[in-house]
Design a protein around this ligand. Structure first.
Ligand SMILES: C[S@@+](CC[C@H](N)C(=O)[O-])C[C@H]1O[C@@H](n2cnc3c(N)ncnc32)[C@H](O)[C@@H]1O
Length: 484
């Protein structure tokens, strides 16, 4: 059988869906074919078998070989575009789609020319769109999305030790604190010169004094290690909490302080058990204490990143939403408020402090004990409760609808997008005020907003006056969401 006959046989096999045999036959035909136009045609046909089997790299190679032999091979050019598109090389695919259009303009006598032209135009338009989205995603990615350390994150001090819950007075305790962002990471170069730290009682008590050795200074590595002891003139020793903060006017004024849980001071003659008698089931490492100017209050949040992962720490978006709510308390006065994906519960608790009638803080099952702990820590049991709400699961137990729904930093995992939209639908009506603080975390997040757009109108709230520091957290957006 000659090359032409083998090529025809290959075409029949292809039509019958036997791409493997078709390919073998084309390969045999190629070994015999001498005429350039025939060789180019066979390469283009073998390319098509690879496309069918989604082996786009080999398809691209055959298409290229076909075009080297015959640059006017329209089918080869079409298949080249398709292979490049499937290899997600959209930029080159678009260039080749333009080349296809040019080629078609030179080959107007071709059978089905009008249909081919239409196909080429559609392909070109599709690629232009894809490329735009792809470039936007790439740009977002190159910007800050998903980056673990960037200049817009707030910085926080942390204790490197799990602080004891009882402490003998006059006894030295070694402490290390370190500076990190919301992911617990520190970027070298952030601190040019050592910065003094302040170590104080979180609630002042004139009868307790703190002695620190050596002088408290945060090094350029973002760490400080020092010894500390407390003295007390009272016979009934109090509970205290210790706050370490960064001194102001050293260029990092907006760093969040770190606080301990309450520590019971003990006298020298009291015995502290050598080992903890009970293991803290919540694994609390330290507390974040957020001062809310408008109500002149610290909201204290026990953090447990070791046990609860992302739910066990405070995220920047919560700080932005908290500031906005504190400046707009009328939104909350006497309202039934729901927080979705509460984490440590800062936003929900600030709503309770700002006059909400009742606040329900929700998160996954395993986060609820921590939320309850933080509600008690802030004495908010009267108007705040914690309940489980796993996104996408029924919300009837929460007794929806709510007057206000608040959320911060909940759009980060594409698998959560649809369930979250479902939950927002479940708890709202068209009069519900829905506020979401959002930091871009994933290039695919457009999918979430596309889904949200089907049921809600989403508007951005200007925040210029909210940011405490011109370079930090300015990428956090606040969204006002209304059900249609
Ligand atoms: C990045 S944290 C934000 C926490 C808190 N809102 C803040 O801003 O500090 C995301 C929160 O969403 C919660 N979450 C994630 N997926 C969830 C789901 N499917 N159902 C309920 N909560 C979820 C996590 O447990 C976590 O508390």
């Amino acid at each position: 059988m000659d090359a032409e006959a083998l090529a025809a046989q290959g075409n029949d096999l292809y039509k019958s869906g036997d791409y493997v045999q078709a390919r073998k036959t084309y390969t045999k035909a190629l070994s015999l074919a001498q005429v350039p136009s025939l060789r180019s045609r066979i390469f283009a046909n073998r390319c098509q078998t690879y496309l069918q089997e989604r082996d786009f790299a080999l398809a691209l190679k055959d298409a290229k070989d076909a075009l080297v032999i015959d640059p006017l091979n329209v089918k080869a050019q079409m298949r080249k575009v398709l292979a490049l598109e499937n290899l997600e090389n959209f930029e080159l695919a678009l260039e080749e789609a333009y080349a296809l259009l040019e080629l078609l303009s030179k080959t107007s006598k071709l059978q089905d020319h009008a249909a081919l032209m239409q196909y080429a135009l559609t392909t070109k338009n599709r690629l232009r769109k894809t490329l735009k989205v792809d470039q936007a995603a790439a740009k977002a990615q190159a910007y800050d999305v998903g980056k673990l350390v960037h200049a817009k994150q707030s910085l926080r001090l942390n204790y490197a030790i799990a602080f004891p819950r009882e402490l003998l007075i006059n006894q030295w305790l070694e402490i290390t604190v370190f500076l990190a962002n919301e992911f617990g990471l520190f970027q070298r170069g952030l601190i040019a010169n050592p910065i003094p730290l302040l170590c104080e009682l979180h609630r002042p008590n004139d009868n307790v004094t703190i002695e620190v050795d050596p002088a408290l200074v945060l090094g350029i590595n973002g760490k400080a290690t020092f010894q500390l002891r407390m003295k007390c003139s009272l016979s009934k020793l109090p509970e205290v909490a210790l706050r370490v903060s960064l001194a102001k006017s050293y260029g990092l004024d907006d760093v969040l302080a770190v606080v301990t849980l309450p520590i019971q001071l003990l006298s020298q003659d009291e015995e502290i058990p050598p080992e903890p008698t009970t293991v803290d089931p919540l694994g609390i490492q330290c507390c974040r204490s957020v001062y809310v100017d408008e109500i002149d209050k610290y909201i204290t949040l026990a953090e447990s990143p070791g046990h609860l992962g992302i739910a066990g720490k405070l995220w920047d978006s919560a700080l932005i939403l908290t500031t906005y709510l504190a400046r707009n308390p009328h939104l909350l006065k006497s309202k039934r408020v729901l927080e979705v994906g509460s984490g440590l519960g800062l936003v929900g608790m600030v709503c309770a402090f700002l006059g909400a009638k009742s606040v329900t803080l929700t998160d996954m099952d395993e986060v609820v004990p921590m939320l309850n702990y933080n509600i008690r820590l802030n004495n908010l049991q009267k108007n705040a409760v914690a309940k489980a709400l796993c996104w996408g699961s029924p919300a009837d137990h929460l007794e929806p609808p709510f007057d206000v729904v608040v959320m911060s930093d909940v759009v980060y995992d594409p698998t959560g997008y649809s369930p979250l939209v479902q939950s927002i639908l479940d708890v709202s009506v068209n009069t519900t005020k829905i506020l979401m603080a959002h930091r871009s975390r994933h290039p695919q997040e457009k999918d979430f907003f596309d889904q949200l757009d089907k049921y809600f109108t989403v508007k951005s709230i200007p925040l210029e006056s909210i940011w405490a520091h011109e370079s930090r957290m300015t990428d956090v957006q606040l969204l006002d969401i209304t059900r249609e």
